[in-house]
Design a protein around this ligand. Structure first.
Ligand SMILES: NC(=O)c1ccc[n+]([C@@H]2O[C@H](COP(=O)([O-])OP(=O)(O)OC[C@H]3O[C@@H](n4cnc5c(N)ncnc54)[C@H](O)[C@@H]3O)[C@@H](O)[C@H]2O)c1
Ligand SMILES: [Zn+2]
Length: 385
């Protein structure tokens, strides 16, 4: 049995379903028909690797449902999430006479999803798009919420649009082929959701990680209950992200409350800085966020009364993700510099997401936290690795 999470956006009639289950790819055709009524043709955007694993199943099901499909494969990797790739995708849409009664499908991880969503948002001022995420990170995070976009010479994800999908289909069987570091990165974002959501999701995440080792994830599928537990775990993660998005669709910049979309940035201030000082090559994004959360938690202990007990617990759960965290050669000073001088985040407008307790995030202005406290927190995290 698959599970449904509904994203009903506040103040709008638009809502969509996120389907989480097993062996769903073979039902892609009927799913597309049910979410985009009267659909004629679809363009699938994927990459060589993901398409070689799952493309045929999806296309066969579309054909059986009498939906015409065209496939366009983009390059694999963050560097292909660009305006150049977008332009090439738009050209493909145009050459294939894609119209507003047709649809675009993203089959892949967050890179494919973000770019496809953006291309769908701007082509003919918006065509329907559907997400079939195939990495853990894209299942629980990037495919939910309607943020789409690309990177450019002036920064990551700075060009984009809000464009909600018409539907999201998550087949947890696809995680069987995912590399273990990609799983770790996804689990770090899952721990982040737990830490800002509450004890319930935090414990669920911790229990799941204790029960199933990330290193031999694929082998776990032999245990009958595993895929079902994975499905339930992914569903609860998706439900949390959906709840946040539902009530703050466009990330209102004036909001600073504990339910605003901004809290999803927990761990990201230091995380982004760690990625930047290592030239985006050393860490997977999720891994950098894993360490970033620990730094934010150290700061929280000093300025938001976050307890030592919960700090230790968070450290333990981040370790369960089997995070690759060799930090040799990274010095705390350069990490601090990286975000202080990040044009997007000049100290006065920098907003930290801290924790008063697990499940109690607090947004604090950068001006309220001394450079020294930040430096010490980062040093502590780096020294432990
Ligand atoms: N839109 C949002 O709200 C949002 C949120 C978080 C992250 N993001 C974006 O998501 C991107 C990262 O996404 P990601 O972590 O999924 O990385 P990714 O898309 O680069 O995928 C990671 C790797 O896994 C491969 N892969 C995908 N599915 C596979 C499968 N089932 N089996 C084997 N290999 C598979 C991909 O080909 C790729 O090499 C970043 O660009 C980030 O900015 C967006
Ligand atoms: Zn992230």
């Amino acid at each position: 049995m698959s599970e449904h999470v509904t994203v009903a956006l506040r103040g709008r009639e638009h809502s969509y379903e996120i389907l989480v289950g097993q062996n769903l790819l073979e039902k892609s055709g009927s799913w597309v028909k049910s979410v985009v009524s009267g659909v004629g043709k679809v363009v699938i955007i994927s990459n060589e690797l993901v398409f070689s694993l799952y493309g045929e199943t999806v296309c066969a099901s579309l054909t059986a449902a009498r939906i015409e499909s065209r496939v366009w494969k983009m390059g694999d990797g963050e560097s292909f999430k660009s305006l150049e790739t977008t332009e090439a995708a738009l050209r493909f849409f145009s050459e294939n006479k894609l119209s507003r009664s047709d649809a675009v499908i993203a089959l892949g991880g967050g890179v494919v999803g973000d770019l496809t969503g953006f291309a769908a948002a701007v082509y003919l001022r918006g065509v329907p798009f559907l997400q079939i995420p195939t990495t853990l990170l894209s299942m629980i995070d990037s495919s939910v919420g309607g943020k789409t976009g690309v990177n450019s010479s002036f920064g990551k994800n700075l060009i984009g649009a809000f464009h909600q999908p018409s539907g999201v289909m998550i087949d947890v069987q696809t995680l069987k082929t995912l590399d273990s570091r990609e799983l770790t990165a996804g689990f770090c974002e899952a721990v982040k959701h737990g830490a800002i959501s509450g004890v319930d999701l935090f414990n669920k995440t911790s229990e799941f990680l204790k029960a199933y080792s990330v290193a031999d994830f694929a082998a776990q599928y032999q245990r009958q209950e595993f895929a079902e537990e994975l499905q339930r775990f992914v569903s609860s993660q998706v439900a949390f992200k959906a709840a946040i998005v539902r009530n703050d669709e466009f990330e209102d910049i004036t909001r600073r409350d504990a339910k605003s979309r901004k809290i999803l940035n927990f761990g990201h201030t230091v995380g982004h800085a760690l990625e930047k000082v290592t030239d985006y090559r050393h860490f997977k994004h999720g891994e950098a966020v894993g360490l970033g959360m620990l730094a934010a938690a150290e700061i929280s202990k000093k300025v938001a009364n976050f307890s030592q007990n919960e700090l230790s617990l968070l450290n333990a759960v981040v370790s369960l993700t089997e995070i690759h965290s060799d930090c040799k050669g990274i010095d705390a000073e350069s990490v601090v510099e990286a975000f202080v001088f990040d044009k997007k985040n000049i100290a006065s407008s920098l907003q930290w997401v801290l924790l008063e307790a697990i499940g109690k995030p607090r947004i604090v202005s950068g001006e309220e936290i001394s450079r020294e406290v930040v430096f010490e927190a980062i040093s502590t995290v780096l020294a432990r690795r």
